[in-house]
Design a protein around this ligand. Sequence first.
Ligand SMILES: [Ca+2]
Length: 250
Amino acid sequence: MRKSTLLALAALAFFSASAAQADSVNLVKNGDFEQTTNGTSKQLSQNGDTSANRTQLTDWSTQGYNFVFGPNTADTTGSNGLTLWGPNSYNGRGPQNGLTNSPTGGNFVAADWDYFPAPITQQVSGLVAGQSYTLSFSYAAAQQVGFTGANPINYWDVSLGNQSQQTTVLSNASQGFTGWNQASMTFTANSSSELLSFMAKGGPTGAPPFMLLDGVSLVSAVPEPSTWGMLLGGLGLLGFMVRRRRHNAA
Ligand SMILES: [Ca+2]
């Protein structure tokens, strides 16, 4: 067998493993917030309130002054009458602050860290104790229309079970929008089922802020057992061919 063929096989084994890892299952359900009941862009259920004027975010629980915005609605029709500063606020007379839909599109969540703040949570199952997981999501900071004042500190306090991590702190100008950022955190599971929690934090108070969130994904940080199988299978095939090549050469 030619060396080039062996190299091609090695590359195939490597990329098969990489592809399988990239395809790892997202253990967070409805991480893009596209599945809702009782309306798509209303205020989220507060304190378990399931009354007619509250939207339920499928697979998530919300308690605070939290909202879900449909695409292109944050600075237009808003959510339950609440809107964010953006180019379309006040019929196109809003600040040119660059407010956009999230990188993954569709609905996104907005949480106020100043007014009745409370987390957005989901019980995640299918974890393996002791295994590392990569949590990734898109986030930004914005401000409620009708209010002014800079918010120099805005971040998400994120926890999985009893472990907590914080995103990079975003500083938002009065009537501003920070642009979307990408977070990547590594957590180690302690049991097969743990609570994933996003709590908006910031300061100082008095300038109504919102933390935005979308595209939440939690995947295994190490290759799945099946991936190792593919990788080892590929290496075994290589070894067999190398041996056969030597045998033929002899
Ligand atoms: Ca989305």
